[in-house]
Design a binder for this molecule. Sequence first.
Ligand code: ADP
Ligand code: MG
Ligand code: ZN
Length: 607
Amino acid sequence: MAASIFFLLWGPWGQFGNVKSEKEYIINYSQFLEQLNSGNIQSVTLTNLQVSGELKIEASLIVSGEKEPRSIKFFQSFLPSFQGENLISSLREKGVAISVVPPEKMSPFWQFITGLLPWVLIIGVWILIMRGAQRVQGGPGGLFSFGASKAKLHDVQKSQVTFKDVAGMENAKKELEETIEFLKNPSRFKRLGAKVPRGVLLVGPPGTGKTLLARAVAGEAGVPFYSISASEFIEMFVGVGASRVRDMFQKAKANPPSIIFIDEIDSVGRTRGAGLGGGHDEREQTLNQLLSELDGFEAHQEVIVIAATNRPDVLDPALLRPGRFDRHVIIDRPGLKDRKAILEVHVKNKTLSDDVDLEKIARGTPGMSGADLENLANEAALTAIRKNKEKIGTDDFEEARDKVLMGTVREESISDLEKRITAYHEAGHALVAHELPGTDPIHKVSIIPRGMAMGMTQLLPEEDRHYYPKTYLMNKLSVALAGRVAEKIIFNDLSTGAQSDLKEASSLAEKMVAQWGMSDKVGPISFGRGEEHPFLGRELALPKRYSEDLAWLMDQEIRKLIVEAEAKAEEVLNANRNILEKLAGELIKTEVLDKEDVERIIRASRS
Ligand code: ADP
Ligand code: MG
Ligand code: ZN
């Protein structure tokens, strides 16, 4: 950008610069032709689209930039396009002396530089390629050391993360205690001839604190900590990954006792042969190197290898064999108690107002990971700042929670009809949830569009549940379908707004039938159908383990459950139509109702 401005400014000046003396004036092309035709031109110098020259006798001409004609001898003019033969022949006809200069006369210095440029480029590219090649050849201590791993050494003093910074996770901590003890006091284990598992695999959904926990182990043990993300092993050049692995293990072994931490190990550790592009790709080579390093420890080497993944299902079985990553520490999403503890960690240096009850907030965040909770605390602080508040209040947490869970508020105009439909839909969910026994209590009903949703009805379980009775699940199905049923009753029509409700209901019913044996006809058998990855919540593509007949029967049973649940919702809403109207009316008025509002409205309509 700057360069082009530079040239724009310099272009014209460069041309004016050719006006050698005051005597050379710029005239227009037709004046030039006139002079040529009248045979008054002595000589010209042609440069690309420019001509300059001398007149035989001074002529009175209008020159560029002046109004009055002036008498000139030397002129300069610009040609409208390259004239080639025509101009040359008419010049010759009139006996004009012609000389030509190349378009740009470059100084010898610049000629030298531009001549050099291609060579510089070629040599530069060559150096880059050679570097890559050297990386491949050069193991540590090899001829070159470009292959040195990127593993970062976290100094003992610097690694300040300890178990105190990791809230909850008591089980995982307990399991790692032994590892820490071994690193702190290896001789004790040796004396008794006990072998401590060298490879520890931390398994859990994203954001649950696996990386944090690994660091804390290093901090607790006070040993050097070499960490690398497995995706960093894989580089453009084949063989780099393998040499990095070798290098990292060598470094760690040179500083025992120490910890090697391989984050996101699934990116190299996938089952071999499963990838595209043939058997011997970069990843496979890296994995083989890793396996051989894991086997290559001598009994006396006090190095622990910790790896983390959220995809244990894709790991190559060879990694999980005894002697490699044979100790698995499962890190699940935090329960109520842990969520509260994690929140406490993340509000430590924030100012909260006195009414904030972390327990209540923890109760309202089932399913959130540690990273989500950290995000929640931060969003709450940002909300408070936006409102110019000194302290973070309960309402800030509430807003942050809605934002984290449902996305930001969509500012858009909604037609009155759409608003009405949404209000009845949500009122339907809320009313059925309130009426059916044993369902989760209502937390909030809102018709403010957020993220993808036009409205929402939030239910909150009183505590983390571990078992779900069939009656509870059936009622949950009814609640999920109630929005659609309300639309049907009031508007005698259906809308697309219920799509996600239907999806939720269908997958729940499928699990009830195919996994939890809740259909008498299908019987107490658990099929792979509808199974989700425990950490990813994504469905697995498993081979079918049942006949077409059974598949058909399951379809029938799933449908039956849903129809049954829908009928129940319809019954409840029809019996309480006046309350449905009241709730929807209030929602249209205020857009948000909390638990107390809903209860008050229902009580008032009953008395
Ligand atoms: P993972 O490696 O499992 O994806 P991280 O260790 O990167 O998760 O966790 C992300 C962030 O979430 C951490 O930096 C930390 O701030 C927060 N966090 C997660 N779990 C906890 C916990 N148990 N206690 C405190 N903070 C946590
Ligand atoms: Mg991580
Ligand atoms: Zn709905």
